[in-house]
Ligand binder design. Sequence first.
Ligand SMILES: [Zn+2]
Length: 266
Amino acid sequence: MVEFNKIQITKVAATVLELLGVAKEEKMAAPISEVIEESSKKFQKPVDRVFMYNPDAIAMWIYDKYREDFKDLELDADLKLKMMSVYPPVTPACFGSMYSGLLPKDHGIQKYEKPVLKVPTIFDLLPQAGKKVAIVSTAKDSISVIFLERNIDYFIYPTKEECNNKAMELIEADEYDVIILYNPDYDYYMHRFTPEGKRSLRALRENIDTYCQIREEIKKKWQSKGHRTVLGFAPDHGCHRAWGFLGSHGKNEPYDMNIVHFYTFI
Ligand SMILES: [Zn+2]
């Protein structure tokens, strides 16, 4: 029987804050000790750049089954963490938890709806601490909507390609302390063609490639300038095959709740 993973995605918020030396809100879940320990081993002082790559709906079981596709990513990843999503494992509830450090009942998004979150998130605490933050995300998707009204910059575009190009430009420009990049395509195709459909798996490989391209760009543009960067690969929830040629997520089952996150220290 497949068990639930132990480290919940609520811990990501305080992890990002602690890496940058910013205090968390009291109610936020504690940071992921593995990431903090690895970071101090690698850098001996707080990092000055965090880049979080958020591909949608990549399940742990997809990683286990298609591990070969993750080879380039894993080659250079310092940490692989078995993570657990929150219930209900639907996009706005999960990213709400990932960046507020709160469970859905505490941040308020408990079903598929996208109100602007009123609770404190990293997008409140980071600018208060003087950090410059950019969200790069596809229009109308959760990350583009639920974190609005913060003192950060939003780069919202119709397509994934425009988002990814913008993210590369932002790395080159080197003006932000924290960049969040969201890609919806694996989730989009998984719903229509099942998690293992040909088009879905293409999106998975593209997401992995994007992470690797970001990693290489950060090495070239940031590492050479002496920045200390933590790059995260952090999907929101898993997925499963529904009837016919569809895919779904939203159940309190390991296939929807278990995901894998990676961190690369550059
Ligand atoms: Zn999602």
